[in-house]
Design a protein around this ligand. Structure first.
Ligand code: G
Ligand code: G
Ligand code: MN
Ligand code: NA
Length: 252
């Protein structure tokens, strides 16, 4: 409750910032994109983690305002980081089902792209399987509109939901991110390895790109590369950082 009440002040006082975690190509080893992650630093110097404030924002509806703030800032920052790093970075933004189903979402996305001049085909929306519990006809319509602009649709935390696999063929999905709970022990646990292998094969068969998330070690990275996983993200490469720190890290 305190978090929910504090969130409005946080937005008013600009206490919400955006940090970026790099995404790597397992083919070229290069940084190809960033995931935007909301951060809340209170004026009295505390940090409140997204695990607490994102669910609170979803419950009280402030996720709409917060999501717009994050998207706008992230588009601008990605244009800056791309220029400074001399490469066209992709931007992945997390979008809650409630945001995705909000009437204003498509307009917000249009305006953020236009104002920042980030090309639409460099933006990806990360949604979770929870979206498929909502009205499927409405969801597929928004997805098709998003896709027609060139913006990508990514399924985040793949494998942790309880939805049917059938949605992978019924909805226009470009990419899936294997949940980090399967990556953690992929090198030592045969069951986790079987799941990861199957997800990679299935994604490729369906024409989708596949990302391993939560990659922390060389062994996990090598495993994913040998299995043909396309991209990776995790502490092995970088934590989520302010935009200027992402640029500095890339310079080495
Ligand atoms: O940054 P961290 O790994 O602690 O993120 C925790 C959770 O919060 C993740 O599930 C992430 O997807 C979610 N999250 C972070 N930033 C945003 C955001 O801007 N919007 C939404 N909807 N979720 C976010
Ligand atoms: O659900 P989503 O993938 O959006 O969540 C991103 C969250 O994952 C962030 O809060 C980030 O801190 C966390 N994260 C990113 N990389 C790693 C990693 O290598 N290991 C672990 N344990 N968490 C990670
Ligand atoms: Mn995500
Ligand atoms: Na995730």
């Amino acid at each position: 409750l305190a978090i929910a009440a504090g969130l409005r002040h946080a937005l008013d006082r600009d206490e919400i910032s955006v940090a970026y975690q790099t995404q790597i190509s397992l083919v070229t080893d290069e940084v190809i994109g960033v995931e935007a992650l909301a951060r809340w630093h209170t004026s009295d110097g505390r940090e409140i983690t997204p695990d607490l404030f994102i669910p609170a924002a979803e419950d009280n509806g402030l996720i709409i305002a917060l999501g717009e703030r994050v998207l706008r800032q992230a588009c601008v920052d990605t244009v800056t980081m791309s220029r400074e790093m001399g490469r066209p970075l992709k931007l992945a933004v997390n979008v809650s089902p409630r945001q995705f189903n909000d009437r204003s979402w498509l307009d917000v996305m249009h305006q953020a792209l236009r104002d920042s001049e980030l090309p639409a085909d460099r933006l990806e929306l990360e949604i979770t399987e929870g979206i498929f519990m909502e009205n499927p006809a409405a969801v597929v319509e928004v997805m098709n509109t998003v896709r027609s602009l060139g913006v990508g649709i990514v399924i985040d935390d793949f494998g942790t939901g309880f939805s049917s696999l059938a949605y992978l063929t019924r909805f226009p999905i470009d990419k899936i991110k294997i949940d980090r709970s399967f990556i953690a022990d992929v090198v030592v646990d045969a069951a986790d390895a079987a799941i990861v292998n199957s997800i990679i094969v299935m994604a490729h068969t369906l024409g989708m790109t596949v990302v391993g998330e939560g990659v922390e070690t060389d062994a996990q990275e090598s495993y994913l590369r040998e299995r043909g996983c396309d991209e990776a993200q995790g502490f092995r490469y970088s934590h989520a950082l302010p935009p200027l720190d992402v640029v500095a890290a890339a310079r080495g």
